[in-house]
Design a protein around this ligand. Structure first.
Ligand SMILES: C[S@@+](CC[C@H](N)C(=O)[O-])C[C@H]1O[C@@H](n2cnc3c(N)ncnc32)[C@H](O)[C@@H]1O
Length: 171
C-alpha cells in the first residue's frame, strides 16, 4: 500500500513562494492556478500576479471600511457577473476568511455557475459566501441581499451588467 503525501506540513512538497501563508491550496487548484501536484506554471504565475494586483486595491478599500464604517454583521461585498466567482473566492480566502465576520455575495445569471460556486464554497468551508441566481438589475430589488452592501465589484461583467452594477452601488 502506498502512503498519500500530506498536503502541508513536514514531508509535504514545498509550495511556490507566491502562495501566501494560510492561502487555500485546494481553492487554487480548483481555479486551475495550481496544478493537481500543487505547482505553478508560467501561465498560472502570470494569472496569480494579476489577481494579487487587483486584490491589493480591493484590500485597501476593505481595510479603510473595516476601521471606520462596518455594519453589525461585518463587511459585505457583492460581486456582480461573478461567473465562476474567481474574484469573490480569492477575496474571501485572502481577506474575509481570517476576519470571522462579513459576507460575500456572488450575483450571476447562469444557474449552473451559481450551483458550482455553492458546491465549491461548501467544500472549502467558506460559510460566509452566498451565490444568488439573479441579474444585477434584479439584485438591486432583491430581499436575498442585505440592505447594506459595503463594496461592489464587477470584473469583466458584460453587456449592461457593468452599468447595472454601478447603479446597484449608487443605490
Ligand atoms: C466575462 S464573465 C466574467 C466572470 C468573472 N467576473 C471573471 O472576471 O472571471 C461575465 C459573467 O457575467 C454574467 N452576466 C452577464 N450579464 C449579467 C447580468 N445582467 N447579471 C448578472 N450576471 C450577468 C455572465 O453570465 C458571465 O458569467
Amino acid at each position: 500500500m502506498t502512503k498519500k503525501k500530506p498536503a502541508a506540513g513536514p514531508g509535504a512538497p514545498a509550495l511556490a513562494p507566491e502562495i501566501r501563508p494560510g492561502q487555500s491550496v485546494e481553492l487554487l487548484k480548483e481555479l486551475h492556478i495550481l496544478t493537481r501536484e500543487g505547482k505553478l506554471n508560467q501561465d498560472s504565475r502570470r494569472k496569480l500576479k494579476q489577481v494579487y494586483h487587483l486584490f491589493q486595491f480591493i484590500e485597501k478599500i476593505l481595510q479603510e471600511l473595516q476601521t471606520s464604517k462596518v455594519g453589525e454583521g461585518g463587511l459585505t461585498l457583492a460581486d456582480h457577473g461573478a461567473g465562476k466567482s474567481y474574484l469573490g473566492f480569492i477575496i474571501y480566502d485572502l481577506y474575509f476568511k481570517a476576519l470571522k465576520t462579513g459576507h460575500i455575495y456572488g450575483i450571476e445569471t447562469r444557474a449552473e455557475l451559481v450551483q458550482k460556486s455553492r458546491e465549491l464554497a461548501a467544500r472549502l468551508g467558506f460559510e460566509r459566501m452566498s451565490f444568488l441566481n439573479l441579474s444585477v438589475a434584479d439584485a438591486t430589488q432583491s430581499e436575498e441581499l442585505p440592505a447594506r452592501i459595503d463594496v461592489v465589484t464587477a470584473l469583466h461583467a458584460c453587456d449592461t451588467a457593468t452599468d447595472d452594477a454601478i447603479a446597484f452601488g449608487l443605490q
